[in-house]
Design a protein. Sequence first.
Length: 237
Amino acid sequence: MFHGRRSRQFWLLIALAAAGLSLTIAVPALGGPQALSAASPMTVAKRALSSAKRAEAKADQALRMRQARGPAGPGGPAGAAGAQGPAGAPGAQGPAGVLRGRIARPGDVTLPANPNLPVRVTHLDSLPAGSWILMSTGTVNYFGTGGRQTIVDCQIKANGVRLAAQDVHSGATAGSSRLHALSIVTGFTATQPYTASLDCFQAADLSSEDPALRPRIADTTLTAIQVHELDIQAVTG
């Protein structure tokens, strides 16, 4: 296959040879050298130019056929896998999550008739040191007779130390209710293993009350959730 200058020279030589061939054909056709000398120079030139153009057209057609691109061949086999790149930079630290959780679900507990006598409703032992969220839910029920009422106070404690509390006015008098929802939430950081507990007491002397009608703590749960970090903020206003 010819390229560049060599290709142009090749096809120019072909054109010149074609022109010469035209002259050799034209001379006998005109009656030999004598006829050629008698023919018009313009006529001879036109015939030579016409033959050269035809030769050039054939040369261009041959060149285009040589340069024509064939159909794409089938794809080659896949190359071998490259070497593994270097390890990327460590990612940012993710948010702190929950470490562990524990839940206590005791049965119903009836409070004593004597006033201000705490009763342990439920507890969670051997909680490890760390930051904790403590929650307790349940109900306070008092269906006493004779228009009596009392204040029931429940507290979440850690190793006997009060952390948070809720008190309700329970009974049948104005300003009190026979049924109250209990919901206490708190958090703290323990420096050593501890016991979380829910303790409750009532504030009235109910010694003459039917024991089945005394204040009762029911449907109780005590939940402890350990977290990586604990931020306790005092909000005012």
